[in-house]
Design a protein around this ligand. Structure first.
Ligand code: N01
Length: 511
């Protein structure tokens, strides 16, 4: 799906960065609303974002695709309850083709620097293929797009093959090799059962044991698939059922972790079912409250760890040498070295310090990264940020979920942004940015709510928390509350610059 026409228009009304669920959904809805003057750029070679990039063996979604898909583009062809990555990527490519918006997508183009021009009230965005000027920038680059490599002494000197799960090297044949994987998060627990089938030996470096529940995955029956295709409302009812089922987790995460006790019981039973050895059972039993980190789902992870050719190593990694990994026993300090041919890092993504934030300069010339370095990511409704006029972020601060579909959140944000653009267009408005007091109040509410959650009180460290220990990634309420709050653009909460005043930068507040 590489765009053949790579020349960028120098001027557009809306520039969208990223062509994953967020960027593609935005483009389709802009087009539908008659706001066709937009450009979408993406550094990859097709739509899909994280579902294009994460091609590791076993990659699949842990939210059923009936819900993890656009509400406006249902797909009767999902093969299973939890779709594998290739199906999700193919779905997004299909939706993109059918929507007729791809002529405004440019692939292989990286946004390098975006700066707000206060005089002309526009964004100037320097990309790898030239500069684009836009009234509005929508950053949809995703919260899980920049792989994070571990900072371990000697890692750069490893002489074998080394790669991150999100940049899987399909040229490397793992058959019969000595392989090590660092990390036991959502990506690792999907990779491990797949590669354990063929590698000679697998060392699994576990820093923290995750909670892993059974995965109720199955192929859809022929009757179900026919129903999805031909029976009106069947698929919609199915989707609605999944949505509300998932939503019942929210009180357990946000207020009363005791509600998650049955999940804990199921996860403990999952360990016993998959592993007989009491020593290994103890090693993989988490020591924090379930829900504090993302709850994982797998039926094959524990049986894979119990295989003869797999070893779980819980000693901390002291260093990586050109030939392997050296660990240190926490009690005795004794070092042990294990040689490997291939090292896989499954160590997650930059979430609270997203690299793109360091390339977006606001009204006073500071980058989002500079502003957020002081107190952590902060925005209004996870979408707009004081000091950054006409910048909208999809999957911004405190919009992530641990229990349900991010596509639901993304669609809520798209409708909010669309409402903003409509109001700006109708009122001849040059620029909007949230009032500082409004943003401060929003974030204070977020963090007050956060203090009661299992993510803050569950006794774990996680990628949800930033370097200040604040949870700036997750949404601490129901997803329908989010949808309700973003139903319409609340312009009264914004500093508004009218077009006639724009050159003098005179701001007037509409109340
Ligand atoms: O990354 P992670 P991920 N030395 O950050 C360990 C989504 N996702 O790519 O727990 C040793 O969860 C780290 O250890 P610890 C989903 O939202 C969804 O797996 O920090 N170990 C952890 O075990 C998910 O949450 C799906 O102690 C180090 C692991 O690396 C998010 O992506 C599938 C280390 C990182 O786990 C990220 O998942 C995949 C170090 N220096 C991903 N640094 C599905 O829908 C880190 N670790 C199924």
């Amino acid at each position: 799906m590489t765009s053949t026409n790579t020349a960028l228009p120098p001027r557009v009304r809306v520039l969208v960065i990223g062509a994953g669920f967020g960027g593609l959904g935005t483009a389709i809805k802009l087009d539908e609303a008659g706001q066709g003057d937009f450009l979408v750029i993406d550094k990859g070679d097709s739509v899909g974002g994280t579902w294009r990039d994460n091609t590791y063996p076993g990659a699949a979604c842990d939210v059923p695709s009936q819900l993890y898909s656009f509400s406006f583009a249902p797909n009767p062809n999902w093969s299973r309850s939890f779709s594998p990555q290739p199906e999700i990527h193919a779905y997004l490519q299909d939706v993109a083709q059918k929507s007729g918006v791809l002529d405004r997508f440019r692939f292989g183009v990286t946004a390098q620097d975006a700066s707000w021009d206060e005089t002309d009230q526009v964004w100037n965005v320097v990309t790898s293929a030239g500069t684009v000027t836009a009234d509005v920038v929508i950053s949809a680059s995703g919260g899980l797009s920049e792989p994070k490599n571990p900072e371990i002494d000697g890692i750069d000197d490893f002489a074998g093959e080394i790669f991150h799960t999100a940049r899987w090297d399909h040229q490397t044949d793992l058959s019969g090799k000595r392989v090590a994987i660092i990390g036991t998060g959502a990506s690792a627990i999907q990779v491990i059962p797949e590669i354990a089938k063929t590698v000679g030996h697998l060392d699994v470096y576990q820093r923290t044991a995750p909670w892993v529940m059974p995965r109720h995955d199955r192929a859809y029956t022929r009757a179900e698939r026919l129903g999805f295709r031909f029976v009106p409302f069947f698929q919609k009812a199915y989707r609605t059922g999944i949505y509300w089922g998932r939503e019942t987790y929210v009180p357990g995460f946000t207020r009363a972790p005791k509600i998650l006790t049955p999940a804990r019981t199921m996860a403990l039973a999952n360990i016993k079912k998959g592993i007989n050895d009491p020593g290994l059972q103890a090693k993989v039993t988490p020591d924090f409250q379930i829900g504090c980190k993302r709850i994982l789902i797998s039926n094959t992870y524990y049986p894979a760890l119990a295989q003869e050719n797999v070893e779980v190593i819980t000693d901390g990694i002291a260093e990586i040498t050109p030939t392997g990994v050296v660990t240190r026993d926490a009690r005795t300090g004794e070092l042990s070295a294990r040689d490997v041919d291939v090292l896989i890092v499954a160590t997650g993504f930059y979430t609270t310090d997203q690299p793109i934030a360091h390339h977006i300069k606001g009204r006073d010339g500071r980058t989002l990264g500079d502003v957020w370095a002081e107190h952590g990511m902060a925005s209004y409704k996870g979408t707009t940020t004081a000091g950054f006029p006409n910048l909208f972020q999809i999957v911004g601060a405190n919009t992530g979920l641990g229990h349900s579909s991010m596509v639901f959140m993304i669609e809520s944000q798209i409708s909010y942004i669309l409402s903003a653009l409509q109001q700006m267009g109708a009122g001849q408005i040059a620029a909007v940015e949230p009032r500082e007091d409004v943003q401060a109040e929003w974030n204070s509410d977020m963090h007050q709510r956060m203090s009661r959650t299992v993510w803050s009180r569950g006794g774990c460290a996680s990628w949800y928390l930033d370097e200040h220990g604040r949870n700036t990634t997750l949404w601490p309420r129901s997803t329908f509350a989010f949808r309700q709050l973003l139903r319409e653009f609340d312009i009264e909460k914004y500093v508004v610059t009218s077009r006639s005043n724009a050159p003098q930068s005179i701001k007037e507040q509409v109340s």
